[in-house]
Ligand binder design. Structure first.
Ligand code: IYR
Length: 219
C-alpha cells in the first residue's frame, strides 16, 4: 500500500494563556484520581462504558493496527466466575508465589487475596492485547494497549468513575471466561464503578513524585 494522506482537520490552535489555563485545570483534575478498592454496587449505564471504550479506541498504536479488545462485563454470573478464578490465583500469590520483596512492596496497599469488588462493582472491563490480527503480526502491542488503557482510565475518571487496575497473575483464566482466542493475551482487568460510602485509599497513594524527580529538561 502506498502512502495516502488527507488534510489534518479539527486542529484547534490556542493562545499560550488558554493552554496554560486548560493544562493546569486538567492537571488538577487528574491529580484527584485514585485507584480505589471499595466499590459501591450503584449501577453505571452501559452507554457511558461504551463511550469510554471509544475514547480508548482513539489511542495511537503500532501501524494503527489497534491491537486491543475490551470485554465489558456487568452480568453477575460472569463477575462471580472471574472473582472465583482471580481469588484462587491470588491465594497462591499471597501464600508463597510472590517474593518477600514483592509482598513488602504491597504492604502499604493493604491488599490480600479477597477481591469482593470483582462482584460488587457494576462493571469489569477485561482488556486483551492482540498479538496478531487479520492482517498478521501486530507491532508494539504492549505499548499500544497500555496507552489505550491509560486513556480509558482517564475517560472514566473524567466523569467521576473510579477504577482499579487489577492484575491477578496469571490472568489466563480471563481468556477462557471471556471466550477470547489464544492470539490474545489478557492485559489488565479494569474494575469500574463509584466509590463506596466510606471508601478509603492507601495514604501513600497521595504521594506522587515531583516534576524534578520525574523529568529532565535539556534546554
Ligand atoms: N495482583 C495482586 C497483587 C498486587 C500487585 C501489585 I504490583 C499491586 O500494585 C497491587 C496488588 C492483587 O491484586 O492483590
Amino acid at each position: 500500500m502506498s502512502a495516502r494522506t488527507v488534510p489534518l482537520t479539527g486542529y484547534e490552535a490556542l493562545s499560550e494563556d488558554e493552554m496554560a489555563m486548560r493544562l493546569e485545570a486538567f492537571r488538577a483534575h487528574m491529580a484527584k484520581r485514585r485507584t480505589i478498592r471499595d466499590f459501591s454496587d450503584q449501577v453505571v449505564p452501559q452507554h457511558l462504558i461504551e463511550t469510554a471504550i471509544q475514547v480508548a479506541g482513539t489511542a495511537p498504536s503500532g501501524a494503527n493496527f489497534q491491537p486491543w479488545h475490551f470485554v465489558a462485563i456487568s452480568d453477575l454470573t460472569t463477575k462471580k466466575a472471574i472473582r472465583e478464578a482471580a481469588e484462587a490465583e491470588e491465594r497462591a500469590f499471597y501464600a508463597g508465589r510472590a517474593s518477600d520483596e514483592w509482598l513488602d512492596a504491597l504492604e502499604p496497599l493493604g491488599t490480600d487475596d479477597h477481591k469482593p469488588f470483582l462482584e460488587t462493582a457494576p462493571w469489569l472491563i477485561a482488556v486483551f492485547a492482540q498479538k496478531r490480527g487479520d492482517h498478521g503480526k501486530n507491532y508494539y502491542v504492549t505499548e499500544s494497549v497500555g496507552l489505550a488503557t491509560g486513556m480509558l482510565i482517564t475517560a472514566l475518571h473524567s466523569v467521576g468513575l473510579g477504577t482499579l487496575t487489577h492484575t491477578p497473575a496469571p490472568m489466563t483464566f480471563l481468556r477462557e471466561i471471556c471466550g477470547r482466542p489464544d492470539t490474545e493475551k489478557p492485559f489488565v482487568l479494569l474494575v469500574v464503578g463509584y466509590p463506596a460510602e466510606g471508601c478509603t485509599v492507601p495514604a501513600h497513594a497521595l504521594e506522587k513524585k515531583s516534576l524534578d524527580e520525574i523529568a529532565t529538561f535539556k534546554t
